[in-house]
Design a protein around this ligand. Structure first.
Ligand code: AHR
Length: 323
């Protein structure tokens, strides 16, 4: 952990540095003192995306020689709040976390700020009005992702009169669920499009399957599934096949993420289009942490670069896909 030195201690340290006289062994800062310690609270392990994100973050910190205290919140906000409080108590140098939901963070973020520990938001945003509660937000533009899904829908169904859409939403209250819903509605505005059902599948494959089964029972005429992530789309495929229909043909599917399993389904024609959301945030997070600890300025918002995939593009990208 980096020691924060002030007042007399700082003056003594300066004298030691200038004279080179530390007095026996005690003056040696020792390797431990120079080590950066970061506390990271992860959402959980709900999806292929999340697993890839965790792996990437852990290996980036290992490569950088930075100690990472990792905590899995199992999709529960109260677990993340507990983890953040524990990181504050342990006086880590930086706290990073991916907030499971957008709201309800002000109190604990204020506690971190009062303890002098900078916080970096990773992947997901919070809705705090006080932006001084965190130093940077690194992650995707989820509204843009929803708009990209919607743009594809507009083109794909340009010659269709009436399009019945069902939506598998992400975790209720999570930034990607809120924003992907908003972005999609920003561009899918023609009255011929009707979102006939929308429900959360909690970003999980099991959730997507279960909700899609219910949608199929109560809606005989579904043209399109808009799933907020690949995992829910993959669950929907299982439900559609179990109902004797052909995913990608009888019912078209657009998803977000572009993890390997999703890309394979796209290559196989079971998903029709995927909007990428990159989980590879580790290297950029390390960079932010190093700058913050060095007292350098960091950008308050760093947007991840992403693309979209058609079937042909998925076939081409699959062999080199890292996750
Ligand atoms: O916050 C990113 C989202 O969370 C990913 O799209 C989803 O797969 C994950 O669970």
């Amino acid at each position: 952990m980096i020691k924060k030195i002030t007042g007399l201690a700082a003056t003594a340290a300066l004298l030691i540095a200038l004279t080179g006289c530390a007095g026996g062994d005690s003056g040696s800062s020792g390797e431990g003192d120079d080590n950066i310690v970061v506390g990271f609270s992860q959402v959980g392990a709900e999806s292929g995306w999340r697993t890839a994100n965790t792996t990437d973050i852990k290996s980036a910190f290992e490569d950088a020689g930075i100690e990472l205290k990792f905590s899995d919140a199992q999709q529960k906000q109260e677990n993340q709040i507990k983890a953040i409080r524990s990181f504050i108590q342990q006086q880590v140098d930086v706290i990073a976390f991916s907030p499971v939901v957008e709201s309800g963070w002000d109190t604990v973020l204020k506690e971190a700020k009062d303890a002098g520990i900078p916080v970096v938001l990773t992947d997901r945003a919070v809705d705090s009005e006080d932006e001084s509660l965190y130093v940077s937000f690194l992650g995707s533009d989820f509204i843009l992702e929803g708009e990209r899904a919607g743009d594809w829908v507009n083109t794909e169904f340009a010659d269709t009169d009436q399009v019945n859409i069902v939506e598998l939403q992400g975790t209720t209250g999570a930034a990607p669920a809120n924003d992907r819903a908003e972005g999609f509605r920003n561009v899918v505005t023609d009255p011929k499009f009707e979102i006939i059902a929308t429900q959360t599948g909690d970003f999980t494959r099991a959730g997507g399957k279960q909700v899609m089964e219910a949608f199929l029972k109560s809606n005989p005429d579904i043209d399109l599934v808009y799933a907020h992530n690949d995992d829910m789309g993959l669950g929907a495929i299982e439900a559609i096949e179990a109902a004797g229909l052909v995913p990608g043909q009888d019912i078209k599917i657009v998803t977000v993420d572009a993890v390997k399993d999703g890309m394979q389904a796209l290559a196989d024609g079971k998903i029709n289009f995927i909007v990428e959301c990159s989980p590879l945030l580790g290297a950029q997070l390390v960079e932010i942490v190093e700058k913050v600890v060095a007292g350098e300025d960091v950008e308050s918002r760093i947007v991840t670069e992403e693309t979209t995939f058609t079937q042909e593009q998925a076939i081409e990208a699959l062999p080199d896909r890292q996750y």
